[in-house]
Ligand binder design. Structure first.
Ligand SMILES: [Zn+2]
Length: 223
């Protein structure tokens, strides 16, 4: 797991997923221990480590379909059928232009060339940074990120951020499906549901996603 990971930084994109106050301790949909990933991700954003750095930002209009409050009688974490697929209902979170939806102010976002905002369609959720969840017509519309990364010459996608079992997992699945070599930095993510960890790791590995604890050993060797 350590030291053996070989990659070409110039053709590798770092994708930092949903580091927003609503997903951090004290937020509306706080991921336990989510703030533990911040400092290591600051280090990843050191200039020169990746060809491209991208951030994603959950960005819902008020009354979004994924909010339990939009479904009378439902509570957060209830699961409903939505257009033929399971949809978890969440507390209101990452409402457009609210403080909880900002990119966490402690990170050097100036090093990120693109911010993909997702979940802006009122009737469709979007866990993945590459494609929305299923829309009413049964499609999963692309966000354009795969095209952007391809045009920038990226072959590898390295993912970190929140949350491990939703937005990071779905993004990794779609990155592999789009043809990218895909790496999840496991220790630089945290789950909504820790009981999901084994199934998430197994599922991603079965698709060919590489799971590493961190990339720090790759640079540690160069010192
Ligand atoms: Zn959301």
């Amino acid at each position: 797991m350590s030291g053996a990971f070989q990659f070409d930084p110039a053709s590798t994109a770092l994708v930092v997923v949903d580091l927003q106050p609503d997903f951090l301790p004290g937020g509306a949909l706080a991921v336990t221990d989510g703030d533990a990933v911040l400092e290591p991700i600051v280090r990843l954003l050191t200039p020169g480590r990746f060809g491209v750095c991208v951030a994603t930002q959950d960005w819902h209009p008020p009354g979004h379909i994924s909010f339990a409050s939009s479904h009378p009688g439902r509570r957060p974490l209830d699961v409903i059928d939505l257009y033929g697929h399971e949809q978890v209902l969440w507390p209101d979170h990452c409402v457009q232009n609210s403080p909880g939806a900002r990119l966490h102010e402690g990170l050097p976002w100036g090093r990120v060339s693109v911010v993909i905002r997702k979940g802006a369609d009122p009737v469709t959720d979007s866990y993945s940074t590459f494609r929305n969840n299923w829309d009413p017509s049964g499609r999963r519309p692309p966000t354009g990120l795969a095209g952007y990364l391809t045009e920038r010459g990226m072959h590898t996608v390295v993912l970190c951020g929140l949350a491990r079992d939703y937005c990071v997992k779905w993004s990794a699945e779609d990155a592999v499906a789009a043809g990218f070599r895909t790496v999840v930095l496991w220790e630089l993510t945290r789950p909504v549901d820790p009981h999901s960890d084994a199934a998430v790791a197994e599922g991603l590995a079965s698709l060919g996603v590489e799971i590493l604890p961190d990339l720090e050993p790759a640079w540690g060797q160069q010192r």
